[in-house]
Design a protein around this ligand. Structure first.
Ligand SMILES: Nc1ncnc2c1ncn2[C@@H]1O[C@H](COP(=O)(O)OP(=O)(O)O)[C@@H](O)[C@H]1O
Ligand SMILES: [Mg+2]
Length: 152
């Protein structure tokens, strides 16, 4: 997968990013979403979950580190999307109770991670494909860069 860039001018434009990504998603794939607060990371994950047939509840004000979406997709290999928000992870030891390794190993799982910078060590130990999605935000201008590690 070569590096791809998208200019995001509206909420609808996230669909362009989703369309680009869909053919590259297979079970075990990790999406690492970088970008400042307000860039649209959570929005993107929720739109992706919807595009894959998940029921997405309106965003609750309660913060949760891990959310699971059951996918109802025509691609039977993808069964669930695990959404991790690592914003408040200060020490990677805090990851242990989340059992992310087991979560990722569940058949048919893809995982989307916000603030991957906070769990770098965990990420470098993963053997499954990682797709990096970097979102930049200047005022209301959003740019997305998608790049994958070799083999994706
Ligand atoms: N393409 C976009 N155009 C306009 N507003 C957007 C866009 N993407 C996200 N937003 C808005 O920006 C706000 C923050 O988005 P959010 O997904 O919570 O960001 P993050 O998770 O990166 O902090 C939300 O109100 C969301 O609706
Ligand atoms: Mg967020």
């Amino acid at each position: 997968m070569k590096t791809l860039k998208h200019e995001i001018k509206s909420l609808e434009d996230w669909q362009k990013v989703i369309k680009t990504l869909l053919p590259h998603l297979k079970y075990g794939t990790i999406l690492a979403l970088s970008g400042p607060l307000g860039a649209g990371k959570t929005t993107f994950v929720q739109l992706l979950a919807k595009a894959l047939g998940a029921k997405v509840n309106p965003r609750s004000p309660t913060f949760s580190l891990v959310r699971n979406y059951s996918l109802l997709t025509t691609n039977y290999l993808l069964k669930r999307l695990v959404h991790v928000d690592a914003y408040r992870i200060e020490d990677e030891k805090d990851l242990l109770p989340l059992n992310l390794d087991e979560e990722l190993a569940e058949p048919g799982t893809i995982m989307a991670i916000e603030w991957p910078e906070n769990i770098k060590k965990w990420l470098t130990h993963q053997r499954t494909p990682i797709i990096h999605i970097d979102i930049s935000l200047q005022k209301t201008r959003r740019q997305v860069q998608i790049s994958a590690e070799a083999g994706v």
